[in-house]
Design a protein around this ligand. Structure first.
Ligand code: IYR
Length: 332
């Protein structure tokens, strides 16, 4: 796979296409980053971001993970001390998940976000941004019902992080896109360049396929899950036979097939080959070396949900196991 394919595979969108093409011509040593509000346990959303970082490392880029402790505090996630403690745990779980430790730089937000220069730039951005714009940027990130002043400051700091970490490519899930658009629009007003961004897709809610999976509601998969829990959650997933694009609900709500999405975004990027074990009497094992092949068999009915689900659970467990071990060690 060439650098451009590695950088863009499985991305929901890049902003802009032309900027990413230019970056892909010479990716060696270019810096990409993703930021997370520290939480004690990695979940499937973090894993999706990590898969993209692994692609970027393979393309020769340097990868930075921002453990956004100040952001978590501003977003009401607890006391600063508690948040700091979970940040270290998160870092260890990322490494266990498979990020190349030598080539991954972990940075705490608080290491640079209190510097005088940063704070003055932040105030300059505050002067350039309306409250309603900041509020809109937080619509998919803010915790709580109404936006606090701290949450309005949050996206401006996220924009500045891109500058202060000297980033060539900002990565985030699709829920981060409004913050990145704000960064692209407002950073030039304080004489910085608009950052290039790449957004990863969100997985649909596991049990219904309606809306997006979230760590705060509905079923979610995390490093905390035992193999049995993973199997049970996947077994209960919405996965209508033969339906790659399931019909909307009677109320017109869009539905997707989360089992296929997890194969596409989690399993295939990390495994060369996926084997679906089936008894001889049901046609024997199926082997796939790309998501497209698996999807085609699912669409034709050759691959049934009853075989796809346990296979997915097995591969997910393989991905989760090292992080789960680390988590258990951390709790001892
Ligand atoms: N908004 C992210 C956390 C975050 C990301 C980046 I990239 C930053 O520069 C700062 C914070 C979240 O929702 O977890």
């Amino acid at each position: 796979m060439d650098a451009h394919d590695l950088i863009t595979r499985n991305a929901a969108e890049v902003v802009t296409e032309a900027e990413v093409e230019e970056l892909a011509e010479n990716p060696e040593g270019k810096r990409a980053y993703v930021g997370y509000e520290p939480s004690g346990v990695l979940h499937i959303g973090h894993m999706l971001g990590a898969n993209k970082l692994i692609d970027l490392q393979e393309a020769g880029m340097e990868v930075v993970i921002l453990l956004a402790d100040v952001h978590a505090y501003l977003n009401g996630k607890g006391s600063f001390e508690e948040i700091r403690e979970t940040a270290t745990r998160m870092q260890e779980q990322f490494v266990a998940y498979g990020l190349d430790e030598e080539n991954t730089e972990f940075v705490l937000g608080s290491e640079f976000q209190f510097d005088e220069e940063y704070v003055l730039d932040l105030h300059a951005l505050e002067l350039e941004t309306t409250l309603s714009r900041a509020e809109r940027a937080m619509s998919e990130i803010g915790s709580g019902d109404s936006v606090t002043v701290s949450q309005a400051v949050y996206p401006l700091m996220q924009a500045l992080d891109i500058e202060y970490l000297d980033i060539d490519l900002a990565i985030g899930g699709m829920e981060q896109r409004k913050v990145h658009m704000l960064a692209r629009d407002t950073l030039p007003s304080i004489d910085y360049e608009s950052p290039t961004c790449l957004h990863t897709p969100l997985i649909s809610e596991l049990s219904t396929g309606i809306g997006k999976m979230s760590s705060s509601s509905g079923v979610t998969i995390s490093m905390e899950d035992s193999p049995e829990e993973i199997a049970e959650k996947v077994n209960g997933a919405f996965c209508p036979a033969g339906e790659v694009d399931p019909e909307p609900t009677d109320d017109g709500e869009e539905r997707n097939n989360p089992v296929l999405e997890i194969f596409e975004y989690h399993v295939f990027p990390r495994f060369e080959e996926v084997v679906v074990e089936r008894p001889e009497e049901y046609g024997g094992d199926l082997e796939y070396d790309s998501y497209a092949e698996l999807e085609a068999d699912f669409a034709s009915g050759e691959l049934h949900p009853a075989d796809a689900k346990p296979t997915l659970a097995k591969y997910l467990d393989e991905l989760i196991e090292p992080g789960r071990e680390k988590l258990m060690e951390q709790r001892r």
